[in-house]
Design a protein around this ligand. Structure first.
Ligand SMILES: C[S@@+](CC[C@H](N)C(=O)[O-])C[C@H]1O[C@@H](n2cnc3c(N)ncnc32)[C@H](O)[C@@H]1O
Length: 224
């Protein structure tokens, strides 16, 4: 039975947006890969110059961060036991719902290919399912447990205490930002019941995710 809903929110994972399809950095990358511009992932490593004028540019184009975080979450014993439901909410409000126990490719190029196929074909059944919805709509759908946003701007809590509350609650949603810089949008932040800080320093999303899941495992071990 699922114990924890893990949401990676406003993630820097999206297909190249139409407004920059004709920019030279995008055209050359798409040509090199023999793909259409709208069918490849936006990636700052290749499209930096084309991204300059994109809205919220600093939060976008880092699919590698999403990959690392998913590997940490899906490699955990809690996930392997089928007790974590993972949702990747992306900057353009696409949600990828990952069936519990689904394995994510460890090789980045295979992950990129899988995400591109998923975002182009938008399957509604199978191991990876795609919906168009905001993070706040997702949290309402996943309810009725509490929705906890994690942020360096939140109220300080010790991670073991926070993980124990989440484990005791049973069907809580924990939301980590899947972006490299910046903070949750005002709309996303409004949908949290609480905003929690687990360290005074800003940490990487994958570090926060791995530590949280480990502490939830410890909390249920203690409860058992
Ligand atoms: C690389 S950070 C995003 C940058 C942002 N300036 C920040 O630190 O919140 C990625 C995500 O990790 C989580 N995070 C990072 N540091 C945290 C902290 N000290 N406490 C709680 N969550 C944190 C947040 O969910 C954040 O959105």
């Amino acid at each position: 039975m699922v114990l924890l809903n893990f949401v990676l929110a406003e993630s820097a994972l999206e297909l190249v947006p139409r407004e920059i399809w004709s920019r030279p950095a995008v055209v050359s990358d798409a040509t090199r890969r023999e793909r259409k511009a709208g069918e490849i992932l936006l990636d700052r490593s290749f499209h930096h110059s084309a991204m300059e004028r994109l809205r919220d540019s600093e939060k976008r184009g880092r699919p590698d961060l999403v990959h690392i975080t998913l590997l940490d979450v899906t490699g955990s014993p809690l996930y392997l036991d089928g007790r974590v439901m993972v949702y990747v909410h992306t900057y353009p409000d696409t949600v990828i719902e990952i069936e519990p126990k689904t394995r994510i490719p460890k090789n980045y190029l295979r992950f990129r290919g899988l995400m591109e196929k998923c975002l182009v074909e938008r399957p509604t059944t199978g191991l990876l399912r795609v919906r168009q919805m905001s993070c706040s709509a997702l949290l309402k759908m996943v309810g009725p447990g509490g929705a906890y946003g994690l942020s360096v701007r939140g109220k300080q809590s010790s991670l073991p205490d926070f993980a124990k509350r989440v484990a005791d609650e049973g069907n809580a949603c924990v939301v980590v930002g899947g972006f490299p810089h910046g903070h949750f949008s005002a709309e996303t932040a409004r949908s949290f019941d609480e905003l929690v800080r687990i360290d005074s320093r800003p940490l990487e999303a994958h570090v926060v995710a791995a530590r949280l899941i480990y502490q939830v495992e410890e909390a249920i071990r203690f409860n058992d």
